[in-house]
Design a protein around this ligand. Structure first.
Ligand SMILES: [Zn+2]
Length: 282
């Protein structure tokens, strides 16, 4: 089983809380960290779930149409606060990362992917092919900045849609693909936010089962209270009604499991939850 999970903040952006939580949120700007999960596996070594932002974002968004993304979503990240910088501070070299699992292809999840010279990637072929087939302006509209990915991306990627392993039942009507074949990490489809978004279910890490839901919910209250974001955000979703049904399923799972206290559901961008995780680790 997985030895440990450590959550790293790899850059952040700011947005109005009310837009993502119209019920209990306020009209104030809050930080949305891009969280990277560092997973230590006894056989595979270090794996990352998502790659956050890195300095490459600022290079890529100097030109049009990519510049439009940076206007709408101003990003703060430095070499020290990117995933590779955070790892270095922990004494881990970028070359020690064996796999980078990408939940989906939005820029805040793939930004640092090119910083890992020896890693294999795991991603959705359906989503990648769909986005790659769009013109450059439409790609930016979908939050996809292809230049963030390394040139060798396609040859280094294991496509989740082509996994030979069947889906395994995880309970409460959820299914996942057994990534390493040892029952330690499962890729779980979370459609709606994008075409092929996937989360990660990592059971039994020091008596905690982690379910990392990426952007299927943005903040903890979103799934805890079942609060969908304002309708204006539908503009960036691949399929708004499927997004809402995925969110509602996560809400039901949380309701069913909350009292037992073993399952920890975490979104990628909830600063409050991530600070709590970091304090658990101390
Ligand atoms: Zn996203």
């Amino acid at each position: 089983m997985v030895r440990s999970i450590t959550f790293l903040e790899a850059g952040y952006t700011e947005q109005f809380e009310k837009i993502v939580n119209p019920v209990t949120g306020r009209w104030r700007k809050i930080r949305f960290p891009s969280t990277v999960a560092l997973i230590e596996h006894p056989r595979e070594g270090y794996l990352l779930f998502d790659a956050g932002y890195s300095g490459r974002f600022h290079e890529v968004t100097r030109r049009f149409p990519e510049k439009l993304y940076a206007w709408v979503t101003p990003v703060t990240v430095s070499p020290e606060t990117s995933a590779v910088g955070r790892l270095k501070a922990l004494g881990i070299a970028e070359s020690e990362v064996s796999q980078v699992l990408l939940s989906h292809f939005h820029a805040d999840h793939i930004g640092g992917a090119g910083d890992f010279s020896r890693a294999r990637y795991v991603a959705s072929r359906r989503e990648y092919d769909y986005l790659s087939g769009l013109g450059s302006v439409r790609q930016v509209k979908h939050g996809f900045l292809k230049a963030l990915l390394p040139e060798s991306f396609e040859t280094r990627t294991r496509w989740v849609d082509e996994f030979p392993v069947p889906l395994r039942e995880l309970g409460e009507g959820w299914y996942g693909s057994d990534l390493l074949g040892d029952g330690s990490i499962f890729l779980v489809p979370l459609p709606g936010h994008t075409l092929g978004q996937m989360g990660l279910f990592v059971p039994s890490v020091r008596d905690v089962d982690y379910f990392l839901v990426a952007d299927a919910a943005w903040l903890t209250p979103s799934f805890r209270e079942g609060i969908a974001p304002m309708r204006v955000t539908d503009l960036i979703f691949h399929d708004p009604s499927s997004y809402r049904s995925t969110l509602s399923r996560i809400h039901s799972l949380d309701c069913a499991k909350r009292d037992a206290g073993r399952l920890r559901i975490l979104t990628c961008h909830c600063e409050v939850a991530m600070e709590k995780e970091r304090s658990h680790a101390l």
